[in-house]
Design a protein around this ligand. Structure first.
Ligand code: NDP
Ligand code: 13P
Ligand code: ZN
Length: 351
């Protein structure tokens, strides 16, 4: 008997382009959302775009400005939403505001709309939140946004390194998919050909467009945000972050535990991807292509460029497999010698 079934949750409206910040009200209206909105933002996006956004709604949105991502912030937003009779949530900002809004919307069971102001990683469009807690980080499933409104004019003005981090998060899809396929072969983890192919193709198209990904070019924001949407869709099809998160992400999550707030998520996973590609395919594999692609878009390729000590890289590599129950090329852990070898051969560390 055929007894498979699946739910694929996707954003209904994806609006990308120059000046589309002015279309958030229309995108919300088109979703038949009405009543009291709650705007969740962080200080810089509030300053840059808060008033322009609030002016578009017939009912003045209440606003919560969050300083940092934490479960306490999620609770505070959820409590405000309940107290103020919120009907839907709009997130304006980077991963911090969007992840908090996504989880709070899940908590109070209302829809949310994502208005990214940085193209820093694919969490801005996905159905996952990543929230730090103590010395660990929780990757939590949540409903994806009902709509994403990405204004390329605004995104192009954001700090360049946040855009290169978004690019590197996409480039890491190459190794994430390899890890997923490996887990499928060795551990019978369910694999989606559609999600895997979409994720790989997204990375391929971004790398093919690398010459247009330059600071000050609005087209760069356009290319990157479309790739982030596409990667988010791959995760929604898969029903997990597997298409976009493998061993390179475990390495990055471990760096976040060891040395919080040192480098950007996308930059860490990019460097991780160089090394895990080497682990998958060896010296003659495509690790140089990944390194060169990162270099072309100005993303870090070494520990030094990340601002991370060589020994921390070794510690992160040898302990990353313990982060979560996700089988990858790291298997049940790398020995210190093997970690040192891969980091040295790929030029990530000098020693
Ligand atoms: N859901 C997921 O899959 C993932 C989620 N994450 C999470 O996302 C967060 C990190 O995301 P990230 O986007 O880097 O972080 P932030 O939301 O903190 O944004 C990064 C920085 O950019 C500033 N900023 C935002 N918009 C603009 C703009 N248009 N121009 C200038 N500066 C701007 C912010 O300022 P200010 O703080 O003043 O507002 C902040 O300093 C973390 O909480 C992490 O856990 C990371 C990876 C994946
Ligand atoms: O960052 C992500 C995808 O790019 C999400 O991955 P995690 O599920 O590992 O948090
Ligand atoms: Zn990522």
């Amino acid at each position: 008997m055929f007894d498979k079934s699946t739910w694929i949750r996707l954003p209904r409206n994806v609006v990308i382009g120059h000046g589309v910040l002015g279309q958030v009200g229309a995108a919300v209206d088109d979703l038949y959302l009405s009543g009291q909105p709650l705007l969740v933002t962080s200080p810089t996006p509030e300053r840059l775009a808060g008033d322009r956004l609030r002016a578009q709604f017939p009912v003045e949105p209440h606003t919560v400005t969050v300083e940092r991502a934490s479960f306490a912030s999620v609770e505070a937003v959820a409590e405000t939403a309940q107290a103020e009779g919120t009907d839907y949530i709009i997130a304006l900002g980077g991963g911090k505001a969007i992840d908090i809004a996504k989880m709070a919307a899940e908590r109070v069971d209302c829809g949310f709309v994502s208005v990214p102001t940085v193209a820093s990683h694919d969490g801005i469009v996905s159905g996952r939140s990543s929230i730090p807690e103590g010395d660990t980080r929780h990757s939590v499933a949540a409903d994806p946004p009902l709509a994403v409104v990405a204004d390329t004019e605004l995104l192009a003005q954001a700090p360049w390194e946040l855009t290169t981090a978004g690019c590197a998060d996409i480039i890491s899809n190459y190794t994430a998919v390899k890890d997923w396929q490996l887990a499928h072969r060795l551990k019978n983890v369910e694999y989606s050909e559609y999600a895997g192919a979409l994720s790989e193709m997204t990375a391929e198209m971004l790398v093919d467009s690398a010459d247009s990904i330059k600071p000050g070019l609005e087209e760069a924001a356009w290319i990157v945000v479309k790739a982030l949407v596409s990667s988010g869709v791959a995760m929604s099809i898969a029903g997990s972050s597997r298409p976009a998160s493998g061993a390179e992400h475990l390495f990055s999550h471990q760096l976040d535990r060891l040395i919080p707030n040192t480098a950007l998520h996308g930059h860490q996973v990019g460097v991780g991807s160089i090394m895990t590609e080497y682990l998958h395919s060896g010296e003659k594999g495509r690790w140089r292509n990944i390194r060169d692609a990162l270099e072309r878009i100005d993303a870090p390729t070494t520990a030094r460029e990340l601002g991370v000590d060589d020994e921390v890289v070794i510690e992160a590599l040898t302990t990353a497999h313990t982060i979560r129950d996700r089988y990858t090329i790291l298997g049940d852990g790398m020995s210190e010698d093997a970690a040192r070898e891969v980091a040295r051969v790929t030029g990530v560390i000098e020693g």
